[in-house]
Design a protein around this ligand. Sequence first.
Ligand code: MLT
Length: 404
Amino acid sequence: MVKINSDYTLLRSSYLFSTIAGKVKEYEQNNPDANIIRLGIGDVTRPLTGTIIDSLHKAVDEMASESTFRGYAPDLGYEFLRSAIARNDYELRGCDISADEIFVSDGAKSDSGNIQEIFSKDCRVAVCDPVYPVYVDTNVMAGRAGTYDEESGKWSNIIYMPCTRETGFLPEIPSETPDIIYLCFPNNPSGSTMTKSRLQEWVDYAVRNKAIIIFDAAYESYIRNEDVPHSIYECEGARECAIELRSFSKNAGFTGVRLGFTVIPKTLSVDGVTLHSLWARRHGTKYNGAPYIVQRAGEAVYSEEGKKEIRGLVDYYMNNATYILNGLKAAGYEVSGGVNAPYIWLKTPKGMSSWEYFDYLLKNASVVGTPGSGFGPSGEGYFRLTAFGDADKTKEAVDRIVNM
Ligand code: MLT
């Protein structure tokens, strides 16, 4: 008789953002006149820019002609895109990463969920707490997380690294030694950042302990401060211990288009096996690549005009971040993030729990945010607002919150 993968039954009932969407839908049905402003999920709202749209149109036209039509994409992605990434994201930042160490994909969410497949089920995983839920959920699905304890909100086999006000919302080296360490900086959800010297300590730690860092750099284009690294490969030794995940969603607005990439240096090996060869094998077997037209759009992101437009998008969202940060601060909220990241992390007022504040905000201001506890136990008592909304609506949301 067929059996299901029982590890799936261990998962919490639904993905965090699906739970929120369900609650908002119910509220909307009960309050049809409510003018809801959504600052919950980190989904972009600005349209794709002109250069990207032109490249998409051009690529679509190419698909209509026999001489320029393209079928399956190469396993690792088209050379034109991988070269543009290697040059702009790595060479120009002084990082030693070549085009054939880049795997193009349909986005960082799937890569961050799938990457754990190439590691043994016995590996101990360490995550920041709070954390982007995909890292934990996919390790639960893989049977690597152990059992869930309702009271602590923790999985028995996962090592949690609390990122609290006391630690500046940064992780500290854990007392137990992990095999796989997930780091996301600029951070989702707290918007905190790590300086290069701090990240170097993690790289040194991983090399010393033969651990692998999975570094999610999806928000690197929001970095403003000079001492914050855009890539983990800016640190010495990272080629020996780190995999990097990148996205076109947050910088270029590709959440609905889908494009990302993963970098695995060829020098990264475990017991004499290169992780590059394992991921290439997986990619070849399970994946037929991001669509040609989307990869052409990705290439356009690196054109001179494209870069200018993308900076405009990021600036637009960062103006929102500044408005939220300053507005809430002036109203007496304890807030952080929002300086090198599109997320603002606030302490819930009056001792409310994260979900109590979610309901309170929805009911009294018709504003949707994300409860901090949805990202892990140390997120309890906190709340995340995203800067990815429309500028006018964002201002209105802040005004409503401060006037509640
Ligand atoms: C978020 O809101 O945390 C992001 O949208 C998640 C994602 O990029 O998948």
